[in-house]
Design a protein around this ligand. Structure first.
Ligand code: ZN
Length: 421
């Protein structure tokens, strides 16, 4: 018996040592690979003034106005905080809710998003079986052992399974896995995710949702209302109990709704609720975006990609969940019916579309893609260019109104350079 126990402990020790060495290998490898920067010059996204940003140990130490940028390229190069995407289902063929999720896959998404100027994101796991949710949160939590993934992933978003089972409002979430909120069950997901579930999207009108929202709020988890058909009084109660965000307002809603009594008006009317919006040019009309912007303002809107796993792949047809989807440069479609299947654009594209649709300033559009999120989630070290903030920066040009990312800097290290320069 003792011998068996010794052998068991030995095996456990060897496995732990292996895991430790493996994670150390990843950390040392990635951290030394990216070159450090000590100074970044560009036109400040806020007002277009040329600035020099000094960086010490990955932290912004000084931001100084300069007369001009020497050796400036023909195109103006702006500098802004790295973008923050709080809702992304997957990217580059990796699905955060899929059965094939691996740490290597999460690393691949992280690097692919750096190329799009996203330095922080919340992998989003959607409505699924109990076992799948636990397993995927386990894998996501394990990925945070990788130092660079953990710099870019402060935590996760659970969208569902506590949403409306009604067709239209449920969206693409599978009905068989939709269920009413259960705090004990949810606590197991929180445990699997090692307390890194930062937000949960729920339907407030389903049984038990209001006390669930209150418990989440007490436990520091941000509640978003989404995929719901709640009446005005229930929406108000949900906000009273702490709900903060309206997930992808204008989407996750049936095509035909009652003109007076529908979930849009009360969510727009209550100033406490901050909508997240998919402004990719496909999921919302320009007029919807204009109205949401006029009602909520630049301080109270959060841009999200809500990108699907096949986003970031070259345009073409792919098989997804037994159906053919068509990836176009802007959006993902079901070619047979020619209807939207999901979002393909990273939030840098939302920033550009927001400016086109609303004529808002670059500063406001960028803030909707980083500063507002940082404020809501208490990510105090990022989302702004100020001394003391982490040096998560993007350098970009504006070409035909689009943001072309030239360089992405994460905690003072260059993690992406266009054309490898
Ligand atoms: Zn959704």
């Amino acid at each position: 018996m003792q011998k068996e126990m010794r052998e068991y402990l030995n095996i456990r020790f060897i496995i732990s040592l292996f895991i430790f060495m493996f994670s150390f290998h990843i950390m040392s490898d990635s951290l030394t690979a990216a070159p450090k920067v000590h100074e970044v010059k560009g036109l400040l996204y806020f007002d277009g003034t040329p600035v020099s940003i000094k960086i010490v140990d990955g932290i912004i130490s000084d931001v100084t106005g300069i007369a001009a940028i020497e050796n400036a390229p023909q195109q103006s190069v702006y500098v802004a905080p790295g973008l923050i995407d709080i809702q992304i289902n997957g990217y580059a063929a990796v699905d955060f809710s899929g059965k094939d999720l691996t740490v290597a896959g999460i690393r691949k998404v992280t690097e692919a998003l750096w190329r799009e100027g996203v330095t922080t994101f919340f992998p989003t796991v959607i409505t699924n079986s109990d076992a799948r949710l636990k397993e995927n949160f386990n894998i996501l939590a394990a990925a945070l052992q990788d130092a660079e993934i953990s710099l870019s992933v402060p935590g996760f978003h659970l969208e569902g399974p506590y949403i409306s089972p009604v067709d239209g409002f449920r969206g693409a979430h599978l009905k068989k896995w939709v269920r009413p909120p259960d705090w004990a069950e949810f606590s197991e997901y929180v445990e699997a995710a090692r307390h890194k579930i930062l937000m949960v999207t729920v339907a407030p009108e389903v049984d038990g949702a209001l006390p669930f929202i209150e418990k989440c709020t007490v436990n520091g988890i941000i509640v978003a209302l989404g995929h719901h058909n709640a009446p005005a009084d229930v929406i108000r109660q949900a906000i009273d109990k702490g709900a903060v965000i309206a997930t992808h307002l204008g989407n996750g809603c049936a095509n035909m709704i009652q003109r007076h009594h529908n979930p849009l008006w009360p969510q727009l009317a209550d100033d406490r609720l901050i909508p997240s919006l998919i402004v990719d040019g496909y999921h919302l009309t320009p007029e919807e975006v204009q109205v949401f912007y006029k009602v909520k303002g630049a301080q109270r809107i959060v841009l999200i990609s809500d990108a699907l796993d096949v986003a970031g792949l070259p345009p073409g047809e792919y098989q997804r969940g037994g159906r053919t989807v068509l990836v176009t440069p802007g959006v993902i479609k079901y070619p047979a019916q020619n209807v939207l299947a999901g979002a393909a654009a990273p939030i840098s594209r939302d920033v550009a579309t927001m400016m086109k649709f609303t004529k808002c300033s670059l500063a406001d559009a960028i803030n909707m893609a980083c500063r507002n999120q940082a404020r809501i989630f208490d990510l105090d070290d990022r989302g702004e260019i100020k001394p003391g903030k982490r040096a998560d920066l993007i350098l970009f040009t504006l070409e035909n109104g689009n943001l072309i990312i030239q360089k992405t800097i994460l905690a003072g290290r260059v993690v992406y350079t266009k054309n490898g320069n």
